[in-house]
Design a protein around this ligand. Structure first.
Ligand code: FAD
Ligand code: FES
Length: 296
């Protein structure tokens, strides 16, 4: 696969920047970039200004894209000020400009028939799920969503997002909001109650792995948006590779910025922890001697 053919690079204007809980909800005027953005796609943003030593772009999932309205096309992001690059972005004021490349990567597959869908988000991982919920609703799907984080401040659940879902369940590890525990604690019950046919998830890798185990147990399809560290975001550097099985069952190291971020959960070799699993295509030539067993 190649870079998303719809991707463009553009200097875009900040239209709004509001603090919501632990996050910044930011809106950018992006023109035609919004036309082809789909739920699951991401953008890569240059941070730090022209003379910055931060040469690598930072990746952010598209929370919502709109090609209508007073400002033409807009893209909305939910930014957690995590390190120096995301902090710089979250400090941009209205009318500031940033350099953006997008839309990038794969998007969530939308069923052709109305199905019962369960969306699972961890922390800012809920960002791409609300746009997805809107599309699924337009297709006549039942949409339930479960959002989890360590505490209530880290759950991103905007009021307007509640309108596009049938039910919303919150979980926090400290019990500050919703059910005390992790998203995976409530999943089995929700799958049974709503006869879930497909799960869409986005969040930390450990959460995605746990969601995938549950989806396999209930024999429910699972599409997940992985968030492996990305240095270039456009398929050149290979920092973002994860082991994925192809249609023939062959394990290949694939770029999560090109073949992902949205992948079929059952195709991921979970728990590889940035190692090349034994049996991966080309691993013998590379002399991979890891004793790590993917089935253990
Ligand atoms: C597909 C995707 C979607 C994302 N969506 C969101 C979102 O919606 N909201 C949000 O807040 N965050 C999101 N993130 C996370 C966000 O990209 C990071 O928080 C951000 O890059 C951190 O940058 P920083 O400068 O603040 O942090 P720092 O930790 O200071 O810097 C991170 C930098 O180090 C590089 N890096 C890290 N590990 C490696 C490595 N192993 N090899 C090479 N380079 C490395 C990264 O590419 C990045 O340039 C997403 C990440 C991905 C991959
Ligand atoms: S981030 Fe460079 S190849 Fe994916």
């Amino acid at each position: 696969m190649n870079i998303n053919p719809r991707a463009i690079q553009k200097s875009v204007e900040v239209l709004s920047n509001k603090k919501v809980g632990s996050y910044h909800h930011m809106v950018f005027s992006v023109g035609e970039m919004a036309l082809h953005a789909k739920p699951g796609n991401f953008v890569a943003i240059s941070v730090g200004g022209n003379s910055s030593a931060m040469v690598l772009r930072r990746a952010f999932a598209i929370y919502r894209a709109s090609d209508r309205g007073n400002f033409g096309g807009t893209i909305e992001l939910v930014v957690a000020a995590h390190g120096s690059g995301s902090r710089w972005l979250s400090e941009r004021a209205i009318h500031d400009r940033v350099d953006m490349v997008g839309p990038l990567g794969t998007s969530f597959g939308i069923p052709t028939e109305p199905v019962s869908a369960l969306l699972v988000g961890g922390g800012y991982g809920s960002a791409p799920l609300f746009g997805l919920a809107e599309v699924l609703k337009q297709r006549g799907c039942r949409v339930d969503i479960v959002l989890g984080a360590s505490n209530a401040n880290k759950i991103y659940a905007p009021l307007e997002g509640k309108r596009s879902v049938n039910t919303m369940t919150l979980t926090t590890e400290d019990g500050g909001a919703g059910v005390k525990g992790k998203v995976t604690d409530v999943l089995p019950q929700l799958i049974e109650k709503h006869n879930t046919e497909i799960i869409y998830s986005c969040g930390p890798m450990a959460m995605l792995e746990a969601v995938d185990k549950i989806s396999q147990h209930f024999e429910v399809l699972h599409q997940c948006a992985v968030e492996e560290s990305m240095a270039c975001g456009i398929g050149v550097c290979m920092t973002c590779v994860i082991p994925l099985k192809d249609e023939t069952g062959t394990i290949k190291m694939q770029r999560s910025c090109i073949e992902g971020p949205v992948v079929d959960g059952s195709k991921v070799i979970w728990g590889s922890n940035r190692q090349i699993p034994p049996g991966t295509l080309g691993s013998q030539a590379l002399g991979v001697t890891s004793t790590w067993d993917p089935d253990s």
